[in-house]
Design a protein around this ligand. Structure first.
Ligand code: FAD
Ligand code: DLZ
Ligand code: SF4
Length: 508
């Protein structure tokens, strides 16, 4: 009996397990642009356009290879509106008796498939270095699941940057060399940009008509939408930006949105690029002497280390993970995250860039929007939904651990050993944002004092019971305790007044 083969919008890889298992002579591939997936959070229009355009082109490629593809465009009158609805419709049309699916990257959709009134075989998604079983074995019996040790196993497993059983250069991790502040000049013109072809333009028109009320600028749209284009974007990055990637990985600039970042996460996460091929390209550039070890190692660590590790955590911790709220933060997400006016230049820049590009780099996400949310006590589930919506690379398996765990400490310390909080000093050291801000980063209290300076102490003070005993935070509490009582009182009062203004919807 013939089968249906489900290919989701983030499963655009010819090596997908469901496609490998299927028979192209008898089975039908099902792909569907559906309202449910496009709007369960209000995804950025650029993200929806990327996924739809890449899906349409991937389907065309499959047809060229002889597959029968049943593709539903969003505006098709018969479109059932959901993935399960589309599978049911196609099962009825074709008489197929079974569905082959590769495991989706979100519990919500896994549950929907498991409860569907269809015979569905869910195969592992093996486009990753570590399987769920491998991660579970690694995690078993460990008190702390630190990324660094997992990463070393992945280096050994892949052989990337290994010399026998030793790490290249005799060091596993060059992070210490990767914290240079923003350079005066950036000699990289940014990621490769692609002019939309007629097919992408048709998608842009559709997205404009249907999702105009979602936060974010649709045009100009320049993402790669095919594997061939994504490969060109990767080669462009490896050749022109990777050599300086390590040095300036944490830097931020007022007038440069991409610095030396790859901007390949959207392509990796929808399947246009394979993580191993990306890492091999970086390792080859190092072996050829074109890239220093700190850059190659720093980049490869993000992919076979962090990316694999957060996926492991998401599936290990289970479906309730995105809703965790270990610090009991309940402030509603402030309007400034949706582009509401703010005098804080760092936030204003990070949000404007997010609106325009559906992209911000890691330190902007972690130390600007994430740091502010954590310091201000914003509800982590609301932040999670924001991050999931606004970034082109956001899929729950990777976004939730980064937001709920790494950035908001809402998982109670599964991922991070201490919360990523900082005062304005860190942002000032790593960027030129503060030079252009109406607040003064050097002012700790009083008129015009940087809100991060006030909220930092407010956070530590209100969570004293939780963090005082944390060995990595003792210094912070000792500094706080050494301040005279009047000063501490002023800091807390001013932080409280700031939060009241924020809650009242006043411009801060
Ligand atoms: P580069 O800085 O050039 O890094 C290269 C690659 O490493 C990336 O393409 C990415 O695939 C991988 N990588 C780097 N850091 C991480 C990480 N912490 N977790 C997983 N992969 C990583 N990344 C996503 O792919 N999707 C998300 O939804 C996402 N949400 C995030 C939310 C928060 C609050 C934070 C702090 C980080 C989040 N990240 C997410 C991780 C990181 O910010 C992005 O992967 C990175 O900014 C992508 O840009 P790039 O391709 O230019 O990366
Ligand atoms: C994110 C997304 C969007 C916006 N639209 C679709 C879609 O119309 N059809 C589809 O198959 N997939 C889409 N996706 C990706 C899914 O939401 C994704 O597969 C799950 O979130 C699991 O990672
Ligand atoms: Fe951000 Fe404070 Fe610097 Fe302004 S002064 S840019 S609010 S860190």
């Amino acid at each position: 009996m013939s089968r249906l083969v489900l290919v989701l919008g983030d499963q655009l890889s010819e090596s997908l397990s469901a496609l490998r298992e299927a028979d192209r002579d008898t089975d039908t591939v099902v792909m569907a642009e559906v309202a449910d997936e496009a709007s369960y959070v209000r995804h950025h229009p650029k993200k929806i356009a990327l996924i739809f355009a890449a899906m349409r082109k991937f389907a065309a490629g499959l047809r060229e290879q002889g597959w029968d593809v049943a593709y539903a465009e969003l505006d098709d009158t018969e479109n059932a509106g959901s993935i399960v609805g589309e599978l049911l419709r196609r099962a009825e049309q074709t008489g197929a008796g079974q569905v082959l699916a590769t495991e989706p990257g979100e519990w919500r959709l896994i549950r929907a498939l498991k409860h569907a009134p269809l015979k569905i075989r869910i195969l592992q998604d093996d486009r990753f270095i570590a399987s769920h079983q491998e991660f579970e074995r690694w995690a078993e019996g460990r008190k702390q699941l630190r990324m660094e040790y997992f990463y070393r196993d992945m280096r050994r497993k892949t052989g990337l940057l290994m010399e026998g059983d030793k790490p290249a250069g005799d060091k596993w991790n060059y992070d210490h060399d990767n914290r240079k502040p923003a350079p005066d000049e950036v000699d990289f013109g940014g990621p490769m940009q692609f002019t939309p072809d007629a097919e992408t333009e048709a998608v842009l028109d559709l997205v404009e008509a249907r999702f105009d009320n979602h936060f974010g600028q649709l045009r100009p749209f320049w993402f790669a939408t095919t594997r061939a284009e994504a490969r060109r974007a990767l080669t462009h990055f490896i050749k022109n930006a990777l050599p300086a990637f390590g040095d300036f990985q944490d830097a931020m600039l007022n007038d440069n949105r991409f610095l030396y970042h790859a901007v390949i996460s959207p392509y990796l996460n929808i399947g246009l690029l394979d993580p191993l091929e990306v890492c091999e390209a970086a390792a080859d550039a190092w072996a050829a002497g074109d890239v220093p070890i700190n850059a190659a190692e720093g980049f490869i660590r993000q992919i076979i280390g962090w990316r694999e590790y957060v996926r492991g955590i998401y599936f290990l911790e289970g479906p309730d993970y995105p809703e965790r709220n270990g610090l009991e933060h309940d402030r509603p997400l402030p309007d400034l995250y949706w582009g509401g006016e703010t005098q804080m230049n760092c936030l204003s820049k990070a949000v404007a860039q997010t609106r325009d590009e559906a992209y911000a780099h890691h330190i902007q996400r972690l130390m600007v929007t994430g740091n502010f949310g954590l310091l201000a006590g914003v509800n982590p589930t609301e932040l999670h939904e924001w991050y999931l919506a606004v970034y082109a690379d956001a899929f729950e398996w990777v976004e939730a651990p980064n937001t709920v765990g790494m950035s908001q400490f809402a998982d109670g310390g599964v991922i991070a050993s201490k919360p990523y909080v900082s005062s304005g000093a860190y942002i000032n050291r790593m960027s030129d944002y503060c030079k252009n801000c109406q607040y003064s980063v050097s002012k700790k209290t009083g008129d015009g004092a940087c809100p991060f300076n006030l909220l930092y102490w407010h956070f530590l003070d209100r969570h004293r019971d939780r963090f005082e005993g944390n060995a990595r935070m003792g210094n912070m509490y000792r500094t706080w305790d050494r301040m005279d009582a009047d000063r501490r009182d002023t800091v807390l009062k001013e932080a409280g007044a700031f939060l009241e203004k924020l809650d009242a919807g006043e411009k801060v």
